[in-house]
Structure formats: C-alpha cells, structure tokens
Design a protein around this ligand. Structure first.
Ligand code: SME
Length: 148
C-alpha cells in the first residue's frame, strides 16, 4: 500500500479515540492487516523499564530494561533501529525463534522523551529497509500526536 494512503487510513482509524491502549491496539492490528508481519506491538516506558503493551502475534517477554535488546537500545539511543539479521545483533532478546529481522521505532511524549517503542519482527531476513522505516516513523508520529 502507498505510504500516504496507509498514513491517512491510520489517521482516520484512530482519530476520535484518546484512550492509549485502544489506539495502540488498533494501530498494531492495522499494521498487521496491511503488512502481515510476524509480530507487531508496543512496549511502553513504565518507570525504568519497557513493559509489554498491545500487540499482534505470539506471546512475548513482559519487561525489557533500558539498553537491553533491540527495544531497550532504541529507547536508550532515541533512534529507530533496523536489524536485518537478529543473530548479528549483540544482546538481541529472542521472544520467538521464528523472528529473523526486526525494526524498532521510538515514540515520544509532549516533552520529547521516549515513552514507548513500536517493535516489529519478521520471520524472514532483511525485511525492513528505508521504505519501511519511513512509513513506520510516519505512523508513530500520527499515534504519538493522538495519545502521548
Ligand atoms: N526482540 C526484542 C524483544 C521483543 S520481541 O521481539 C517481541 C528485543 O531484542 O528487544
């Protein structure tokens, strides 16, 4: 799907709802419907950890510390992290042996601090490139404006 159509559809999907859990849940479901990736979900910053939030996919680990795994590294660096091969990422946290590549995109609150991350896993290598990064970063801008 074209990026602008995807972002406009997402905006329409979540506009009018201000509950964070509800918006994150439908955002994960919508990304799953469009792209079909293996695992799509949010981890939310609570005190000094990331805690599992709404997701689509198989069961996952509950808590990730700052600087740990791909998610904790994205939080610490306040940057999108693209991992073409999870076996090559030191400290990668394997929630499923089926995950082969991954992208993590941080979300920010009004103060500009990371308040959650969008984590997406693929069961194939090198799924995420500049085009996927671009559309997912645009998607989290829409979500963070709405609920954070
Ligand atoms: N692989 C992630 C952990 C979360 S699961 O992929 C759902 C990481 O290394 O942070």
């Amino acid at each position: 799907m074209n990026k602008n159509v995807f972002i406009e559809n997402l905006r329409n999907l979540i506009s009018g709802e201000t509950d964070t859990t509800a918006v994150l849940a439908n955002t994960a479901a919508y990304i799953k419907e469009v792209y079909g990736w293996f695992w799509i979900g949010f981890y939310i910053v609570k005190e000094e950890e990331l805690v599992l939030g709404p997701f689509q996919g198989s069961v996952a680990c509950y808590r990730i510390k700052k600087g740990r795994g791909v998610c904790g590294t994205s939080w610490q660096k306040n940057a999108t992290i693209v991992v073409p091969d999870v076996e090559e990422f030191p400290g990668h946290i394997a929630c499923s042996s089926l995950s082969k590549s991954e992208i993590v995109v941080p979300l920010h609150n009004r103060q500009g601090n990371v308040c959650a991350v969008l984590d997406i896993d693929s069961d194939q290598l090198a799924t995420f490139g500049p085009a996927e990064q671009d559309v997912l970063e645009a998607a989290v801008r829409v979500v963070e404006e709405q609920v954070f």
